[in-house]
Design a protein around this ligand. Structure first.
Ligand code: OAD
Length: 241
C-alpha cells in the first residue's frame, strides 16, 4: 500500500536532485540514448587518471559544459524548490549531484553541491578552491598562488570522495522526509541516501521521469517531468505549513 504523504507533517526535509531536474532547462542527462556518457567515456573525462593523461581533453569537456550555462535558465522545478527553501520553517537541505548553478540562480540557499561545481576551480599546487567563470584550459593560473597549469575543474570525479558527506549524513539521520528528484540511482553514495533516511525513520518520495533503479525503496514514486511534479508537490507541502 502507498504511504499518504499528505497526512504527514514533516519538519526536517532532505532533497536529492540529479541531472533530470535540469533536463527541462536544456541540459543533457548522463545516461540514456542522448546522455553525456553516450558521447564520452567516463574513463576519458571524469577520472583523475584521465586528467593526468590528457588534461586538454578533460578541460575541453568541462569548458564546453561551463559555456553552456550562459545559454540556459532555471526551470519550474528549480524555482519551486527555491520557494520551498525560502518558506520551509524546519530544517531543510537540498543536496544536488548537479554541477550546474541552476538551483542557486533560482534562489536556493540551503544547498550542497556534492559533486562539485562547474564554476569553481581547484589549484593542485596550493590547494585553494575559487570561483571560475569562462574557459579554464590547460594554462589556467591560480588566483591565490599564481601558478599556471595546475588548476582543475572543482568537480568530483569517479574514484574521488563527494563533498559534504558528514553534513549530508547528519541531515539524513535527522530528516522526516527524504525526496529524490531526477536521478537514475546509478551512482553511489547518493543512490544509498534513501536507505539511510528510511533506516532512520523518514518517509521517502521519488519524482522521476521513469522509476529509478532504487524505486522500490521509496514509500511513494511519482513519475513525470520534474517541471510539473515538483511545483505541484511543493504547493501541497506549503499549503500544510
Ligand atoms: P542520470 O543521467 O543517471 O539520470 C537522470 C535521471 O533523470 C533519469 O532517471 C531520467 O529518467 C530522469 N529524467 C530525465 N528527464 C527528466 C525530467 N524532465 N524530469 C524528471 N526526471 C527526468 O543522472 P544522475 O542520476 O544525476 O556524476 O547521475 C548521477 C551522477 O552520475 C552525476 O552526478 C554524474 C554522473 O556520472 C559525476 O560526474 C561525478
Amino acid at each position: 500500500m502507498e504511504a499518504n504523504l499528505e497526512s504527514v507533517a514533516p519538519s526536517n526535509i532532505v532533497i536529492l536532485t540529479g541531472a533530470g531536474v535540469s533536463a527541462e532547462s536544456g541540459l543533457a542527462t548522463f545516461r540514456g540514448p542522448d546522455g553525456l556518457w553516450e558521447g564520452h567515456r567516463v574513463e576519458d573525462v571524469a577520472t583523475p587518471q584521465a586528467f593526468a593523461r590528457d588534461p586538454a581533453l578533460v578541460h575541453a569537456f568541462y569548458d564546453a559544459r561551463r559555456a553552456r550555462l550562459d545559454e540556459i535558465e532555471p526551470n519550474a522545478a528549480h524555482r519551486a524548490l527555491a520557494q520551498l527553501d525560502l518558506h520551509w520553517p524546519g530544517e531543510f537541505l537540498l543536496v544536488t549531484q548537479n554541477v550546474d548553478d541552476l538551483h542557486e540562480r533560482a534562489g536556493s540557499t540551503r544547498l550542497l553541491h556534492m559533486h562539485g561545481e562547474l564554476q569553481k576551480g581547484w589549484c593542485q599546487s596550493c590547494g585553494e578552491r575559487f570561483a571560475w567563470a569562462g574557459l579554464m584550459g590547460e594554462g589556467a593560473k591560480c588566483p591565490a598562488c599564481d601558478d599556471a597549469g595546475l588548476v582543475r575543474p572543482d568537480i568530483v570525479w569517479f574514484g574521488e570522495m563527494p563533498y559534504g558527506m558528514d553534513r549530508i549524513d547528519e541531515a539524513l539521520q535527522r530528516c522526516d522526509l527524504f525526496v529524490s528528484i531526477g536521478t537514475s540511482g546509478a551512482v553511489y553514495p547518493a543512490a544509498g541516501f534513501v536507505q539511510t533516511a528510511r533506516y532512520c525513520g523518514a518517509r521517502t518520495l521519488e519524482m522521476n521521469l521513469e522509476p529509478s533503479l532504487g524505486s522500490f525503496l521509496f514509500d511513494e514514486s511519482r513519475t513525470g517531468p520534474a517541471g510539473e511534479l515538483v511545483p505541484q508537490w511543493v504547493e501541497e507541502l506549503l499549503a500544510a505549513v
